[in-house]
Design a protein around this ligand. Structure first.
Ligand code: PHE
Length: 350
């Protein structure tokens, strides 16, 4: 037989043989083996095509075109087969898929009880007309102490176990620097609250080196202690319970005069000092009261530092412990729970 006729016959029969080989294949792996066998670099098509150079110049283009057509057909057949195998595998998966099965519920986070209380408290004061302000946690001595009437060497600096970065830079020990920062930027009337982290060298059952405070302050003409008292009482009723009692105890802070600490009637024992199991209430240590914040009328010395006229303006300020409020609000007995990030604890605050 002439070479051209033989090659052409071999090429045509390749198609059927490839179909037969693929019929046997039931996996992608087996289909791949058949592809290598027929279409691979040393496969059967390649072997036949290696004879093309031997053809006469008239036969070469004809047989060459045929070879390309056969190659296209083989590829087409292979692709059909692969699609077929994939389709079957999909059908098999669907056959065991039960659409009535309950879905998997994705884990969703919850708002941390500290964040929650910050949000609640901010919402209350925003409704009362306060703005929210924030500032740096790494603070200069000037904002943290000096401008708050705590000059270097002042004994009241010992009240706060300061973490120093350098001689004049500290981790802020309270949110009160935000009073100074805000007053330097704005003119009265000013009403703002400043939530944030504060740091103290202190760590035991009831203290952590980092905790949260919310500072609040209001400056205008004719602001009085009665405004402070009314504002904080309204706040306590809103965040805890309208039945909660509020008392102001005289205290001392260098940046307020007069100063007070505010207690609320113990939310655990309702002020009776006796816990639900009949024993002494551990939350208020049987006193019936728990402290939630420090406050007072802003000292004229602070106004002088920020350039407010102390003859014209008065104002109140308070600083509140967020973890403390959260413990009382949710009946959490151990401060450390806030920082352990135990999901069994955190997921209760949905
Ligand atoms: N900064 C004080 C503290 O951390 C609290 C406070 C704030 C007191 C504002 C009075 C006025 O203890």
């Amino acid at each position: 037989m002439a070479l051209a006729a033989e090659i052409s016959k071999n090429l045509k029969s390749l198609i059927q043989e490839f179909e037969k080989a693929l019929d046997q294949a039931s996996s992608l792996q087996e289909a791949e083996e058949a592809r290598v066998d027929f279409l691979g670099r040393k496969g059967r098509l390649a072997v036949i095509m290696s004879q093309l150079p031997l053809l006469s110049p008239e036969d070469k283009p004809l047989i060459g075109r045929l070879a390309n057509e056969v190659k296209d057909s083989l590829n087409q057949i292979l692709n059909d087969k692969i699609r077929n195998i994939q389709h079957k595998a999909q059908e098999e998966r669907l056959a065991v898929f039960d659409p009535s099965m309950p879905g998997r519920t994705p884990d969703t986070g919850t708002v941390h009880p500290v964040t929650r209380v910050i949000n609640d408290i901010c919402a209350i004061f925003v409704r009362l007309g306060f703005d929210i302000v924030t500032g740096p946690e790494v603070e200069t001595d000037f904002y943290n102490f000096e401008a708050l009437n705590l000059p270097p060497g002042h004994p009241a600096r010992d009240m706060q176990d300061t973490l120093y970065i350098s001689e004049s830079i500290v981790l802020r020990t309270h949110t009160s620097p935000l009073q100074v920062r805000t007053m330097l930027k704005r003119q009265p009337p000013v009403a703002a609250i400043a939530p944030g982290k504060v740091y103290r060298r202190d760590s035991d059952l009831t203290h952590t080196p980092m905790f949260h405070q919310i500072e609040g302050f209001l400056v205008d003409t004719q602001v009085s202690m009665a405004d402070l008292r009314g504002t904080l009482t309204a706040f306590a009723h809103e965040i805890f319970d309208p039945g909660v009692k509020v008392r102001f105890r005289p205290s001392f802070f260098p940046f307020t005069e007069p100063s007070a600490e505010v207690d609320i009637s113990c939310v655990m024992c309702k002020g009776g000092g006796v816990s639900s199991d009949g024993g002494p209430c551990r939350v208020c240590k049987e006193t019936g009261w728990v402290e939630i914040l420090g406050c007072g009328m802003i000292d004229p010395a602070v106004f002088q530092k920020v350039g407010y006229d102390p003859e014209k303006y008065t104002g109140f300020a308070f600083g509140l412990g967020v973890e403390r409020v959260s413990m009382l609000k949710y009946g959490i007995g151990d401060l450390r729970m806030f920082f352990e990030n135990d999901l069994r604890f955190l997921s209760q605050f949905v």
